[in-house]
Each structure stands twice: as structure tokens, then as C-alpha cells.
Write a protein that binds this ligand. Structure first.
Ligand code: ADP
Ligand code: MG
Length: 597
């Protein structure tokens, strides 16, 4: 019998680890940049030749290493960042596994120069395939410079698998973005084959995004901000109209570390889902700050994946935060509604006397249509009452902004109705044309979604149940969604043979309208299924909103208009109907001017 088990030499173990840590030049770039950030540098230079195949050098002005540390840092599991397993739960630095330099040194020729601030001389080390070739004192500036030459020189198979310079350089740039983005307070520069690709001065996060991705982003970014007990979310999302056909710029950072997180990405997509075409992707730059004890970073060797202890909570918080920002951005045309005219600069000549506005006449008013008209008026009354049930708490950040500019509840905007279906709104800077039916659908849709989530329906009990008959297919559909309708305040009982008793409705609905409203809901629900529209709840919310909404053709008086508009601009996504159609169109002053030119 002979023993066969042998311990692997360190150089081999390191090479195996390198397989996990260093897949391509970009991986080495990532590790070196992260080390430079961890060393509290204020300026970091990245110099690359031939897409990193010949040279990757990172020069920092950080705290440097002592002579002993300069040697030790190439040992496996050599790290200054954790001391015991407890530290794993409070990691705030980029590295901690102590594998990167050891791995890189096992598959390349590495030269390290480093000097601490309080030392006169620094240390220079040459190491090749894990073997130290030399270590000498040297003159060098404060900080550390690591040069990685001829990556995979001793693993030809891996070198062969490297892609073209273009592709490898793209990966490197990506790693550079990930680090540079989230450390906008640091100076970064990036050279490839002696050409300067980026030279970044300390700036804000927003400015850093623009520096890296171009001035076009100035118009695209909308801030996102949300703080709940364990997590603070901040950063920017791009406006929906700039969604990209290919996966756009999608960045999550947790405690200043780039991460991938398909589940959270889904939350963002979900928030955008009604606003962007299928197969296009929203761009975002979102930062999370969270107590490290609520995350587990250690699940992936290159640490781009982390696990949150409460993923569902994070999902919910993020979804709400993104929706809020989208809503806030969409609210912007309404901002000017609310500026007090007192504050408006006087742009008219001093001696100008304004004309008294003429009284507006409803051009559709037909005195001979009296009965019809008053029927519409009662309808309107019922709808107005339904509005009352729709009061939504003011919560978006823009609304908070509004609160600062507005005293009391004075909303200063003027509107009038045309063609019995559009509201023309003067926002003082733009003119809005609002479709009343779609506006109401949007309002009801958000309200219904909330009710479905809260399961606290508001209901109007009927004195006597109303009995209704439906077609066979409608009766089938109605039976299917009865429990869901119950969550929305409908209390309907099946009496068999496609007959039903309606005991309660969500709003004050006139008895004579109940059947047609339910039929509209059912028709919408069925066509939603045919169109493969979203999930059942969303489909139901859309159907309910379509069924209950004020229709085109109903005259609305001033107070109804104001009510509708105020409700609309309190919505999260006011500018699209639940079926994805525009709710309003904005005519800017420029546009109006140019039409009259
Ligand atoms: P880790 O970053 O996981 O600790 P590394 O192999 O990347 O492991 O680095 C090992 C150690 O070397 C670090 O913990 C740090 O003490 C030291 N080090 C690496 N790079 C630098 C640098 N640029 N400046 C100062 N110290 C560094
Ligand atoms: Mg490291």
C-alpha cells in the first residue's frame, strides 16, 4: 500500500484559484483598481497596452505597503482586510479574500513598487509565475504601482482563448466604469496604447455618469432617492423614452461595490414595464447603502453577486422607489400649475392693463337636448362622488417639492373642456391637452391596484340586491373573477344559470349603469387575456379602470375638471393610460410660437 494524496504546491493552487479570479485581462484590472480604492487613494491611473494582453498597470497614491507586506501580499489568503470570521459580516472594503494578487502573480509577470508616506524608500518586487525574482529598495512616489505583464504567459491555453483586442478592451472599460462611477470623488485616468480614454476629475455622481457616458445623459437622468430603515437607495434612472434596444447601462452598487442582481433588475424592469416597448431595456445607476450584516458578499469569488437577507423587501422598496421617480419626472409638466402667480416675475410692460377674460361658453351646449344633458350631468355627479373615494396621499418627491412652493391648497391652473372629451390646461409654461377618459382610467387603475394589494375594498352596500343576467361566456368569466372583484368592493353572488345578484358596488354607481359597467369590465378582461396582457391582477385593474372611467362625451364642469387633473397629477405614472396610450400631450411655448410663425 502506498499513500497517494499529496498537497499541491502553492504555485499550482494559485493557478487553480486564478482560474476563478482572473478569467481575462479585465478581471485583473478590476482587482487592481479595487485594491487602489481600498488603499484610500485620491488619484488612480490605469494604463493598458494591447487590451491588457501585454500590460496592465495601476498606479495609485494610496497608503502603500511596508517592505514585509509588499512580499506578503502575493501569498494566498494574505489580506489586511479581515482578521477573523466575524469581520466577514462587517466588510466595507472591496477585497477581503486575499486571493487576487496571489492569483495574478501565478499567471503573469508582476512588478510591484510601493512606498508608505512615512518611509523614504519604497520596495520593488519582481515576481513571475508565483516565483519571487527580486526584491529591492527603490525610489518611488507615495502609493503603489502594480504592473501585470504578459498575462497567461505560462497558461497558453487560456491566452489562446482571449478574444480580440476590441472585445477585451470593452471588458476592461466596463470594469473601469464600474469602479470610477461609484467613486466620483476620486481622480481617475485611463490610457490604452498611450491614448488617453478618460481623465476624470473629482465630481458628483451625476457628473461622473455624464463624464463617462457623454453629454447626452444630461437630459436623460432622473434622480431616485429612498430611505427605509435598513437601506438607503440613491442614484439615477434614465427616462423611459431613452430605453435601449440592447441591455443599456445598468448599474447596481451595494456599499460602493458593483453588483449584478437579476432579481432586483427585475424590479426595475417591472417599474418601467408599462412605459417602454417590449425588448427594450431601461438604463439605471442605482446605489444601495445597507448595513453589511444584512448582506452576504461571500457567495461569489469575484464578488459581483451578493445576497440580501431580505430580498423581497429590497425588491419592494426598489420597485416603489423607481416608480416614484418615474412618476415624479412625469409630474414635471404639472409643476408650474402650482406656482403661486404672486411669485411670477412681472414680464409685462408697466402701463399694460390686462383684458378681463371673456366668459367661456360651452360650444356643445344644446338647449333642446335638455333631458339628455341632465342625464349626463347626473352621471357626472356619480363620477365625482367616485373621485371622492380616490383621494391619494401625497407622497412623491416632486409633490414634496410642490409643497414647498405652494401655501395652503391653492392650485393655480386654469382649464377648460373641448369637444366634451379633452381638457385644455394652461400650466403657465406649457399647454396641456388631456384626454379625460384616459386620465380617469389612469387614476382608477392606480387606485384599483392599490386596493388589490391592500385588500381593503371600499364598498357601497345596496339596500336591495340587484339581479342581472349575462351571456354564457360573460357569466363564465364573471364567475372566474368573482373573488377578485370582491377585493375591489364588488359583492356579487352567482344565482346559477348566468344570473347574478349584486349586493354591493365599489363606488356609488347608479343601478341602471351596473350592468353596462360590469359588461365593460368583462369584455376588457377577456380581451386582456386574448392579448396576453400581463398578469390577472393587472388585467383586472385595467378592465375595472376602463369599465368605471368617465367616458369621452361627458361634459365636465370646472370643479370636476380640477378634481380630475389634481388626481391625475397625483398618480405615479400620469402620462400613460393603463393600456399604454398617452393621457396628455404637452405643447411647449416654442412649439406654439413656431406654429404661428
Ligand atoms: P484583498 O484585496 O482581498 O485583501 P489582494 O490579494 O487583492 O487581497 O491584496 C492583498 C493585500 O495587499 C491587501 O489586503 C492589501 O493589504 C495589500 N494591497 C494590495 N494592493 C494594494 C495597494 N494598491 N495599496 C496598498 N495595499 C495594497
Ligand atoms: Mg483585492
Amino acid at each position: 500500500m502506498s499513500d497517494v494524496i499529496r498537497l499541491l504546491p502553492d504555485s499550482v493552487a494559485n493557478q487553480i484559484a486564478a482560474g476563478e479570479v482572473v478569467q481575462r485581462p479585465a478581471s485583473a484590472v478590476k482587482e487592481l483598481l479595487e485594491n487602489a480604492v481600498d488603499a484610500e487613494s485620491t488619484e488612480i491611473r490605469l494604463i493598458v497596452k494591447d487590451a491588457g494582453k501585454t500590460l496592465i498597470q495601476v498606479i495609485d497614491n494610496g497608503k502603500g505597503m511596508s517592505e514585509t507586506d509588499a512580499r506578503l501580499c502575493f501569498e494566498r489568503h494574505a489580506t489586511s482586510k479581515i482578521r477573523d470570521s466575524q469581520d466577514l459580516f462587517s466588510i466595507r472594503t472591496m477585497g477581503f479574500r486575499g486571493e487576487a494578487l496571489a492569483s495574478i502573480a501565478s499567471i503573469a509577470q508582476v512588478e510591484l513598487k510601493t512606498r508608505q508616506d512615512n518611509e523614504e524608500l519604497g520596495t520593488e518586487i519582481q515576481i513571475e509565475g508565483s516565483e519571487v525574482k527580486s526584491q529591492n529598495p527603490c525610489q518611488c512616489s507615495k502609493g503603489t504601482s502594480v504592473s501585470v505583464k504578459n498575462l497567461f504567459f505560462n497558461v497558453p491555453a487560456r491566452r489562446q482563448f482571449l478574444k480580440s483586442d476590441n472585445v477585451e478592451l470593452k471588458h476592461i472599460s466596463e470594469e473601469f466604469y464600474r469602479v470610477a462611477l461609484v467613486h466620483p470623488n476620486l481622480k481617475f485616468s485611463f490610457y490604452h496604447n498611450e491614448k488617453c480614454l478618460h481623465n476624470l476629475e473629482p465630481e458628483s455622481f451625476r457628473e461622473r455618469i455624464i463624464s463617462l457616458f457623454g453629454d447626452v445623459y444630461k437630459k436623460r437622468l432622473v434622480p431616485i432617492e429612498q430611505a427605509v430603515s435598513h437601506v438607503k437607495i440613491s442614484g439615477f434612472i434614465c427616462k423611459p423614452e431613452f430605453a435601449m434596444k440592447t441591455k443599456g447601462e445598468q448599474y447596481f452598487f451595494v456599499n460602493n461595490r458593483f453588483i449584478r442582481h437579476p432579481y432586483l433588475n427585475h424590479a426595475v424592469s417591472q417599474a418601467f414595464s408599462e412605459l417602454i416597448p417590449e425588448k427594450s431595456y431601461p438604463s439605471y445607476f442605482i446605489r444601495f447603502e445597507i448595513d453589511p450584516k444584512n448582506i452576504d458578499i461571500n457567495i461569489h469569488p469575484t464578488k459581483t453577486e451578493i445576497k440580501f437577507l431580505d430580498e423581497k423587501l429590497m425588491y419592494g422598496v426598489l420597485l416603489a422607489a423607481v416608480k416614484k421617480s418615474i412618476g415624479a419626472y412625469n409630474l414635471s409638466p404639472s409643476l408650474d400649475f402650482l406656482t403661486n402667480p404672486e411669485f411670477q416675475p412681472d414680464i409685462l410692460p408697466k402701463d399694460y392693463t390686462p383684458k378681463t377674460p371673456t366668459v367661456r361658453v360651452n360650444p356643445n351646449y344644446n338647449p333642446f337636448e335638455k333631458t339628455n344633458f341632465s342625464k349626463k350631468q347626473t352621471n357626472q355627479q356619480a363620477y365625482l362622488e367616485s373621485f371622492e373615494l380616490l383621494q391619494k396621499p401625497i407622497e412623491t418627491s416632486v409633490q414634496k417639492q410642490i409643497e414647498h412652493t405652494v401655501e395652503d391648497d391653492n392650485t393655480h391652473f386654469d382649464s377648460f373642456q373641448i369637444l366634451n372629451k379633452y381638457l385644455v390646461v394652461d400650466t403657465r409654461s406649457d399647454l396641456l391637452l388631456v384626454c379625460q377618459q384616459r386620465a380617469h382610467e389612469r387614476i382608477l387603475f392606480e387606485q384599483v391596484q392599490k386596493q388589490l394589494a391592500d385588500r381593503q375594498p371600499v364598498s357601497q352596500q345596496k339596500l336591495f340586491p340587484q339581479s342581472l343576467d349575462f351571456s354564457v361566456t360573460n357569466a363564465e368569466t364573471l364567475n372566474e373573477i368573482l373573488p377578485n372583484l370582491k377585493d375591489l368592493g364588488w359583492d356579487i353572488e352567482s344565482l346559477g344559470h348566468h344570473s347574478f345578484a349584486v349586493n354591493a358596488t365599489p363606488y356609488k354607481v347608479k343601478e341602471s349603469d351596473v350592468q353596462s359597467i360590469l359588461e365593460t369590465i368583462l369584455e376588457n378582461f377577456k380581451s386582456g387575456i386574448m392579448l396576453n396582457r400581463n398578469d390577472k391582477q393587472t388585467n383586472l385593474a385595467i378592465s375595472m379602470a376602463s369599465g368605471m372611467a368617465i367616458k369621452s362625451g361627458i361634459p365636465l364642469d370646472k370643479s370636476a375638471q380640477k378634481h380630475l387633473l389634481t388626481q391625475l397629477f397625483a398618480c405615479q405614472i400620469p402620462q400613460l393610460s393603463p393600456k399604454g396610450k398617452p393621457v396628455f400631450s404637452v405643447f411647449s411655448e416654442d412649439e406654439i410660437n413656431s406654429r404661428l410663425n
